[in-house]
Design a protein around this ligand. Sequence first.
Ligand code: GDP
Length: 196
Amino acid sequence: LNFNKAEFVRSAGVQRDFIRDGLPQFAFAGRSNVGKSSVINRLVGRKNLAYVGASPGKTTQVNYFLIDRRAYLVDLPGYGYAKVSQAEKERWAKLMETYFQQEADRITAGVLIVDIRHKPTANDLTMHDWFRQTGCPEIVVANKLDKLKKSQVEPAMTLIRETLELTERDLLIPFSAEKGDGRDELIRHLTAACGG
Ligand code: GDP
C-alpha cells in the first residue's frame, strides 16, 4: 500500500456521510494534541494533509483519506481536550457512538495513538475498549518517542502495555511523527491487515 499516494476525500459529521464503498478502512483515534495529525502526515509523507495545530477538539468530524485508491485512513475526532464545551463533548460522544455502532464491521484495523511519555488516560482506555468491541485488530502507536531518553523507553512501553492490558501479541509501536521512527512498521502492519 503506497501511503505517499493519499488524498482527502470527505469529512463526515453525520451518519449519512460515512463512506461505505467496501474498501478497507483504518480508523485512527487519539486524544487531542497526542500528535494524531502529525502521525498521519508522517505516514503519507506530507506536511499538511491532516491539519496540524487546529485548535484542539474544535473539529467534531470524521475525516476520510483515500490511500493508494485501495483503502481509507479514517481520522476520528480527537478527545479529552479540557477546554471543549459541554455541547462539543456531547457532539463528539454522539458521533463516536454512531460510528462504532454503525461502522464497526467496516473497520479493518484500529490505530490508537497514545503519548509515550504518559500513562494512557481514562479516555484512551475507553477508546481502546471500543476498538476491542469491534473485534478488529488494533495497533497502539506510542508517539513522541523523540521526547524520551533511551533509558526511559522500556519503562514507558511497559506502563502503556500494563495500563491497556496488552498481551505480548498485541501490537505496540514506538513512534516519532517528528523523526519518522515506527513509520515503516506501522505501514507494514496496516498493509498486512488489508491483505497486502
Ligand atoms: P493532534 O491534536 O493529535 O492532531 O496533534 P498534532 O499533530 O497537532 O500535534 C500536537 C503537537 O505535538 C504539535 O505541536 C506537534 O508538533 C507535536 N508533535 C506531534 N508528534 C510529535 C512527535 O513525534 N514528537 C514531538 N517532539 N512532537 C510531536
